[in-house]
Design a protein around this ligand. Structure first.
Ligand SMILES: Cc1cc2nc3c(=O)[nH]c(=O)nc-3n(C[C@H](O)[C@H](O)[C@H](O)COP(=O)(O)OP(=O)(O)OC[C@H]3O[C@@H](n4cnc5c(N)ncnc54)[C@H](O)[C@@H]3O)c2cc1C
Length: 427
């Protein structure tokens, strides 16, 4: 069995940034393991621009964004194992992986960073009735076919779900000559970024049917059409609103699931809302020395936030490797109040923060045109901030200064989000 200081599982933007940051913070012995034949993760199939606006202040394509980190990683001589899949992880940080080149590998790591990304929900996850013909793809699979493998999934397309991948594929397939008939969304609002609605649907006159869903799939060998219907407030189809739309392809963009089979094997506690590990201020999971970042933790809409989070995990792992045992065990619990689905990190040890500020990532439950975010502790209000055009699909990023968290008797932090003008903050 090999011994390593730090093993990073997954070579997407999260794994790359975490490896670079750990090295910059003094970790010499790093091994990054990636199951694919190239680094960069999902970015390699995202050939549209819109990446890197926060970090590089310019619009890059996915592969361009990935390339900057891959080049930096190579210049630092960080060891990478490609076409190698981690199949087992224990709470003692023992890793088992398989590779065509090296066969079965066992590694004992002192610290591990999980960066395995997420996978798409499929037809089975949402139980659409009807026949089971060919021509039904997840949007990300279709993206890989078109952008990497050079295949068109079909010509007459219906897209179910208005997540970002579906919106981006509506534009991509239109540009490749397909007819995208509509995007059907069960919620009364879109689940994608506003800029993607404008640039991928409105600019190409592709209808977005909100509060609609697919209630039947038709066709024997290949899909021939779908029946859609309007839904009521409880998301149930309204009788009499059914409509048949012919198509040869149905793309599903109905959500992503963080890849946490390895995390569960290692006994890491999973947050039932995010689907990813519960983490602290340095992205350390509930198993000491195992860190997590990127889509494996919670689904991100912007890669820049993935990078920021991964840098924190890289620094955190370096800090852990230098000191092993935390010098303070004080835990401040992060409470999710009204208006929010989740807040991450879920636990803070202020004394162990790896920088002088702490990012908190969160998502709202519902869209709000103007909202007041309030952060309170057992000592009173710490911070309030007005936010405009809040949507569940657009992650909120709030920064608190270390000194705001260092009061000795802080027991909890509570985050709440309310529509402005309902008396909130007047009390
Ligand atoms: C279609 C689409 C469009 C997007 N558009 C934008 C955009 O315009 N702008 C923007 O900022 N962001 C965009 N994003 C978001 C951004 O790309 C993601 O948030 C980001 O790629 C997530 O990074 P990650 O490293 O966590 O995961 P991933 O990129 O998924 O990387 C995870 C890596 O881990 C590897 N892996 C998984 N399990 C194992 C294992 N057991 N062993 C070894 N390796 C493993 C995988 O092969 C993969 O390479 C988009 C995402 C998608 C899917």
């Amino acid at each position: 069995m090999e011994n390593r200081d730090l093993v990073i599982i997954g070579g997407g933007p999260a794994g790359l940034a975490a490896a670079i940051e750990a090295k910059k913070n003094g970790v010499e012995d790093i091994l990054l393991i990636e199951r694919d034949s190239h680094l960069g993760g999902v970015l390699q199939q995202c050939i549209h621009n819109g990446f890197g606006l926060h970090i590089f202040k310019e619009e890059l394509t996915g592969p361009e964004y990935a390339e900057r980190f891959i080049n930096e990683l190579k210049s630092m001589n960080i060891e990478v194992m490609l076409e190698t899949m981690v199949i087992e992880l224990t709470s003692q940080k023992k890793i088992t992986a398989v590779s065509k080149k090296y066969g079965l590998i066992e590694i004992q790591a002192r610290a591990v960073i999980l960066a395995m990304g997420c996978r798409e929900r499929t037809r089975g996850a949402i139980n659409i009735p009807g026949t089971r013909p060919a021509g039904i793809f997840t949007a990300g699979t279709a993206q890989r076919y078109v952008n990497i493998e050079g295949f068109m999934p079909g010509k007459e397309i219906v897209i179910l779900g208005s997540g970002d991948i579906g919106l981006i594929m509506a534009r991509r397939l239109t540009l490749e000559g397909a007819h995208v008939k509509c995007v059907v969304e069960i919620m009364p609002y879109s689940n994608g970024l506003t800029r993607n609605i404008v640039q991928c649907l409105n600019d190409f006159d592709i209808p977005l049917l909100l509060s609609h869903t697919v209630i039947n799939i038709h066709g024997k060998k290949r899909i021939e059409g779908v029946t859609i219907a309007k839904v009521d407030e409880s998301l149930r189809p309204i009788p009499g609103t059914e409509r048949y739309i012919s198509c040869d392809t149905l793309l599903l963009s109905v959500g992503l699931i963080p890849e946490n089979e390895l995390s569960k094997m290692a006994g890491i506690k999973i947050d039932s809302v995010t689907g990813g590990p519960i983490v602290n201020q340095r992205m350390e999971t509930t198993v000491e020395g195992i860190f997590a970042c990127g889509n494996v933790c919670h689904v991100h809409d912007l890669v820049d936030f993935v990078t920021q989070e991964a840098q924190l995990a890289g620094k955190g792992a370096a800090q852990y490797l230098k000191s092993e045992k935390p010098s303070s065990q004080r835990m401040v619990k992060v409470d999710v109040g009204e208006g929010l689905r989740y807040v991450l990190p879920q636990i803070i040890s202020p004394e162990l923060m790896v920088s002088d500020k702490q990012n908190f990532f969160m998502r709202s439950i519902a869209p709000m045109s103007k909202a007041r975010l309030m952060i309170t502790s057992n000592n009173g209000v710490i911070k309030t901030q007005t936010l405009r055009f809040v949507k569940p699909s657009e992650m909120i990023n709030i920064v608190l200064k270390k000194e705001e968290l260092l009061e000795p008797n802080i027991e909890f932090l509570r985050f709440t989000l309310r529509e402005e003008g309902d008396g909130y903050g007047d009390e």
